[in-house]
Design a protein around this ligand. Structure first.
Ligand code: NI
Length: 170
């Protein structure tokens, strides 16, 4: 496993569309295991492949989001597709590509996803609360959509300024 660099907004790579995965080969297995190491190292709850600069339709999530523990296998979603959503929730949302930013984003409270697992089998899963939020947030990454698209214009300007200041300091 290897730690990969997180792509930080406004890097244009975050806007590129990810490509579906056809076979789970060594390259994909390495990518997913690197993503796991990178997510946990950066204390993220979810991570899309695009955030480490790999434009493949893959995201992972911390099993804690599904009521498990950190010792459980990391949740892996390949070629994910949102099938259904219902209800409402508002909560603060963050993203490893927007370090230090947490903004309230209204989302459905219950979301059903279809995806392929690392075993190549397709599965469906319904997530509630924070897991539902992660399904939507991470699937949007694969389409080049970002947290900043979910907030109003003023808040978006604030986020841009804050990240620019942080980048200038480096
Ligand atoms: Ni994100």
């Amino acid at each position: 496993m290897a730690l990969r660099d997180i792509v930080i907004f406004p890097d244009p790579r975050l806007r590129e569309i990810s490509q579906p995965v056809e076979t789970i080969d060594e390259e994909i297995r390495t990518l997913v295991s690197d993503m796991q190491e990178t997510m946990y190292y950066n204390e993220g709850a979810g991570l899309a492949a695009v955030q480490v600069g790999a434009h493949r339709c893959i995201f992972i999530a911390d099993p804690v989001l599904a009521g498990g523990t950190r010792e459980d296998p990391t949740l892996v979603y390949i070629n994910p597709e949102i099938l259904d959503s219902e209800g409402d929730q508002v909560g603060d949302e963050g993203c490893l590509s927007f370090p230090g930013i947490f903004v309230p984003v209204p989302r459905p409270s219950k979301v059903t996803i279809r995806a392929m697992g690392m075993d190549g089998e397709t599965f469906e899963q319904t997530g509630e609360g924070i897991l539902a939020r992660a399904f939507l947030h991470e699937t949007e990454h694969l389409n080049g959509q970002l947290l900043i698209d979910k907030v109003g214009r003023l808040k978006a300007q604030f986020i841009k300024r804050k990240l620019k200041r942080a980048a200038d300091k480096k």
